[in-house]
Each structure stands twice: as C-alpha cells, then as structure tokens.
Design a protein around this ligand. Sequence first.
Ligand SMILES: NC(=O)c1ccc[n+]([C@@H]2O[C@H](COP(=O)([O-])OP(=O)(O)OC[C@H]3O[C@@H](n4cnc5c(N)ncnc54)[C@H](O)[C@@H]3O)[C@@H](O)[C@H]2O)c1
Ligand SMILES: O=P(O)(O)OC[C@H](O)CO
Length: 335
Amino acid sequence: MSAAVGVVGGGAWGTALAQMLASDGRDVLLWAREADVVEAVNAEHRNPRFLPGAQLHPSIRATGALADLAALPVLLMVTPAQHLGAVLGQLSLLGSDVVLCAKGIEQGSGRLMSDVAAAAAPGAALAVLSGPTFAHEVADGLPTAVTLACTGGEAQWARLAPVIARPAFRPYYSADVIGASIGGAVKNVLAIACGVVEGLGLGANARAALISRGFAEMQRLGLAMGAEAETLAGLSGLGDLVLTCSSSESRNFALGIALGVEGDKTGGAAALLAERSTVAEGAFTAPVLVRVADQHGIAMPIAAGVAALLDGAISPRALVAQILARPLRAEAPHG
Ligand SMILES: NC(=O)c1ccc[n+]([C@@H]2O[C@H](COP(=O)([O-])OP(=O)(O)OC[C@H]3O[C@@H](n4cnc5c(N)ncnc54)[C@H](O)[C@@H]3O)[C@@H](O)[C@H]2O)c1
Ligand SMILES: O=P(O)(O)OC[C@H](O)CO
C-alpha cells in the first residue's frame, strides 16, 4: 500500500486534493478546522459545507488534531493564504515534503507563501502546487494540469511526482517557486477586475483586454521579483489567469460580478465580503499586492484599481473609467 499523504485544510481545495490523492486507493489524512467537516467526512464520506455533491473515497479520513499529520512524509498545505503561516507553524516538521497549495500574499508581511512557509517550517522541503484548478472539477476526476515548483529541484520532483500524479491530474516540474507563487496570487486580483467588467455588462472585448493587460502587470511584477517568464506564461500564471477570469465558478470572478452589479450600493465590497463563507483570496491579496508592487517600483494599475474598489474608495464604474482614461502608451514599453 502506498504511503499515506496528509492534507491540511478541509475546504473545497483540500477536500478535492484529498479525493484526487485517494483515487489510487492510498490513505489520505485530512485536517479540517471544523468539527462538522471532520464528522461528515468520516461518517458520510462527504463535505457538504465546502464541497457539496462530492462522494469522497473511503480511504480519506479526517481529523481535527493537527498533530496527527506531523509525522507524515508528504503534507499538502491547503489553508487560505492568510492562515498558512499560523497553521504550518503549529507543526514541528523535519524533513517532510510540504506542498504549498494556497494562492496569495501574506497581508502583514507582504511575503509569498514560499517565504511564509520557509519561516514557519524551516525543517521542511517546500514545493508549490498551482495552476488552473477548480476544486469541483478535480474532485470529479476531470483532466487537470498544474505546475509543481520544487525548492528541492529534480530530487524533490522525483519524490513528489509519483505521489501526486494521477491519470487525470498532471503535475509539470518547475524549479521556479517564486513564479509559481506569484501567478496564483496575482490572478485572483485580476479575476475580480474581470468580474466587475462582466457585472457591468461591458462585454467580452473588455474582459479579454483586461486579461491581456493584467497579464502584463503579472509579468512586470513577477520578473522584478525573480520569476521566470516561462513560468508566468505557463499553467500557474497565464493558464490560471484565463481560467479564473472566465467562469463564475471562480469565487474571485464571482465577487467581481457582484461588485459590478451591486458595488454602488451602501456597504459595497465590505457587505459583499461579509456575506461570503468561502474565501475569495483576491480580496485579501489586492491591498498587499499593491504595496509589494510599489516596493518594487512596478505599476499595476488594474490591481491598484481593484484595491481601491474593495476599499470603497471608488465605484465599479469609476474603476473602469479610470483604466480607460490612462495615457496612451506602447503595449510593450521595453520594445
Ligand atoms: N477552491 C478552489 O477551487 C481552489 C483551487 C485552487 C486553489 N485554491 C486555494 O486553496 C486555498 C484554500 O481555499 P479553499 O477554496 O479550499 O477554501 P474554502 O473557501 O473552500 O473554505 C474556506 C477554508 O478556510 C478555512 N479557514 C477559515 N478560517 C481559518 C483560520 N482562521 N485558520 C485556518 N483555516 C481557516 C476553513 O476551515 C476552510 O477550510 C486558497 O488559497 C485558495 O485560493 C482553491
Ligand atoms: O475560486 P477561485 O477564484 O479561488 O479560483 C479557484 C482556483 O484558484 C482556480 O485555479
């Protein structure tokens, strides 16, 4: 029997990854923060709170005790980005392979998930798993491909690929942890902008333009932070950006739509966020992304507009007008 794998985070993505991992019959131990999630997974093989409709493999067992996972050789960290450091810091890990699956930038510190994890678990061997991955589709076994960026290089890839790869779940090796981390974080902010355009009924041309110009912002920041261009143009960057900006299955895109439709009402973004039980990571990433971009001297007008919108500083229509009124310039300023 293959070695057990641990999944930390019983939300939609952690549960979907557990289902994918268990599809070859291996034991998967899932840590969930909520007692009702632990109970539903163990008693009914379901997670109605975060992944309704999925019939989970019986080899998935849930626990509310984080310490139960500490000795496992491979752990997937799938808490929301803002909680990854605090949760990982509770596990005293030595030598484990820890695969970071959250997409975001830590608000207080401005750190990428790889840096947060390196500080929280200095004894762990880190990798980043990121790409175009709606949880429901992965749980349903639909074909999916991701970037698996390994701080441990080819040796870590050789350990992790057989554990993670399945016939319909294809990881692609990378050594570019920075690039894989940035793509997943930035795309969530850009997806909110695309959702706003959708909610305002501004059409497919506008959304495609935002995807393209948003990718330019992702590239500028990513290259400034040491990412490789190929990574940003790959699954964890452009691939995930296109997916997330194209479907209301995305919580970030859906939040943008709601902002476009209702954002002028009193309370605006704050009210919309308060009523959500699932995470739209772009709402947490936007303000810190703008701060990080400023620190690197990188202009990210779309991201800055999303942050201003979420802060209630401008309305959805003012955001669009602001972007359309920007000075004409070369598409690729560096020629
Ligand atoms: N859902 C997807 O399709 C998907 C796909 C790829 C990546 N991701 C990423 O996975 C990460 C987890 O998102 P999700 O969609 O599984 O979550 P979710 O929206 O399904 O559920 C919210 C999760 O947040 C957890 N949570 C809330 N407060 C917490 C706290 N204080 N400490 C620890 N955990 C807390 C809950 O326990 C729950 O697991 C995010 O970074 C997300 O961007 C999601
Ligand atoms: O629902 P979202 O917007 O968090 O997107 C889910 C995944 O990140 C898509 O790759």
